[in-house]
Design a protein around this ligand. Structure first.
Ligand SMILES: C[S@@+](CC[C@H](N)C(=O)[O-])C[C@H]1O[C@@H](n2cnc3c(N)ncnc32)[C@H](O)[C@@H]1O
Length: 460
């Protein structure tokens, strides 16, 4: 990487750019005087370190690193969850942390050392970790990763960060720093000030939202949101919630619950969910009494979808492992939900890695895949059939541009969403009749993910 364009090349005090002195830390730094005793691993920091390095150095998704890491698989669930939170917090504050560290680094350290410093600084400035723990664990981590010669540097830098504490954050435009420059500019189309509202929303850890089955008893705890989802604080353990075993609810951001509702599936209708796993929207469709086919091309993700539907006792859904761009139903369908693969920038509250992984040049392939899936969906519909196209993206190219381009193509015409359908969230309805949510909405309730949805009808 790496890291953000605004922070990737920390500058020395005189402003000149420094380049990394070595790939993996063969140092020009001063040798640590701390004796090299065997160091006990700390699974939380070790896993968080791999997560953040995966994102910064390889543009690898956080969940991918977690899934691949043997250490993560063998860790206690508590340590794994703590690692996820620490990695995610570091990525959420990445621009700020890079800026804070800059004056303390006379030379740009190798990237693996810089990542350890970012995680250490995140603990000190945002997670209220006691200084001895944040500094000590960073030093130990570097020793365990064959970066012992940088232990002294880490010790000195993080002690300074600990001493100055949150005063280091004064005067920083954190909202701006924590969003890559190109992405901030790309959100200008949403209107004046919206990029900043989104950044403010992204600075918070996302709460836990649940969608309840239509016949589920009301939950005694949690806040019922205007759109009907039930919200719990971030960090709530899902399996501990009443009704989990019985399958009365599933986890789904309040904004993610909107697209399936716009399809207005009716009992007995033949409906397909074309990109279905892990199945939140499939479950919503199944609850309407429609005959639902859920398509997913990734076998492992399809298994997860099946497990979710089993827990929810939604056993009428037909599941198919197939590429939706090539699949054909036995008979034309009444309605289709296409929750297309996308950049996922709208989910950056839950997945802050999404901010740093995608680049502008990645969009062309995504747009091509979305267009192919839209064309395929149009072929599957009966005349008068409905299609909802949704993406969890904040990007114009994947949302409004696609909706404009598709209306009038493949026999599809726009079917604008009506104000009465969005009475519980009128601020998300656009003048074109699309739904556009973003993390800056509901600031007092804890925000929501970014989704775009547009509806079409197949012409006769
Ligand atoms: C945005 S996620 C869907 C989330 C899901 N609709 C939900 O609400 O839980 C996109 C999913 O589409 C799948 N996918 C991507 N391209 C596909 C294709 N051509 N055919 C079928 N599934 C596809 C991905 O594997 C991924 O699981």
């Amino acid at each position: 990487m790496n890291i953000p364009s605004n922070t990737s090349q920390p500058r020395s005090r005189n402003g000149s750019k420094k380049t990394a002195s070595a790939k993996t830390g063969q140092p020009r730094a001063r040798r640590s005087r701390t004796p090299a005793a065997p160091v006990v691993p700390d699974p939380t920091r070790e896993i968080a370190y791999d997560i953040v390095r995966g994102v910064i150095e390889n543009r690898r998704m956080l969940e991918t690193t977690l899934g691949r890491s043997q250490e993560a698989r063998e860790a206690e669930p508590r340590d794994r969850a703590a690692a996820h939170r620490l990695g995610a917090a570091t990525l959420r504050h990445l621009g700020t942390l890079s800026t804070v560290l800059e004056p303390f680094l006379r030379k740009q350290p190798p990237e693996p050392v810089r990542v350890a410093l970012l995680i250490g600084a995140c603990q000190l400035l945002f997670l209220e970790t006691p200084p001895h723990a944040a500094v000590g664990t960073t030093v130990n981590l570097l020793r365990r990763r064959d970066l012992a010669p940088f232990a002294g540097l880490a010790n000195a830098v993080l002690r300074k960060v600990a001493t100055q504490g949150v005063t280091l954050l004064e005067g920083l435009d954190q909202e701006r720093l924590n969003i890559p420059g190109w992405m901030w500019s790309s959100w200008k189309y949403l209107g004046p000030g919206v990029a900043r509202k989104i950044a403010r929303g992204l600075a918070q850890e996302a709460p836990l939202d649940l969608t309840l089955k239509s016949d589920a008893p009301p939950m005694e705890e949690g806040i019922v949101l205007p759109t009907g989802s039930v919200r719990f604080p971030a960090g709530t353990r899902v399996p501990d919630l009443p009704g989990f075993e019985e399958g009365t609810f599933w986890v789904q951001d309040a904004a993610a619950a909107l697209p399936a509702r716009l399809l207005a599936a009716k009992p007995g209708e033949h409906v397909a969910d074309l990109c279905a796993a892990p199945g939140g929207k499939t479950a919503q469709l199944a609850c309407t009494g429609a005959q639902v086919t859920a398509l997913e091309r990734d076998p492992a993700r399809l298994e997860r979808l099946k497990e979710n539907l089993t827990r929810l006792k939604l056993d009428t859904v037909r599941t198919v492992c197939a590429d939706a761009a090539a699949w054909q139903p036995e008979a034309p369908l009444d309605a289709i939900l296409l929750d297309a693969p996308c950049s996922a920038t709208g989910t950056a509250r839950r997945h802050p890695d999404a901010l740093w992984i995608k680049r502008p040049r990645d969009f062309a392939a995504l747009i091509e895949a979305q267009t192919g899936l839209l064309a395929a969906a149009a072929r599957m519909l009966k005349p008068g059939g409905r299609l909802v196209y949704a993406v969890c993206s904040l990007q114009q190219e994947e949302g409004p541009d696609q909706a404009r381009k598709i209306a009038g193509q493949f026999g599809l015409k726009a079917d604008p969403i009506r104000p009465e359908e969005m009475q519980d969230l009128p601020e998300a309805l656009t003048p074109e009749g699309w739904v556009r949510t973003h993390p800056g909405l509901w600031p007092d309730l804890g925000g929501m993910d970014g989704f775009f949805a547009a509806r079409f009808i197949k012409e006769s």
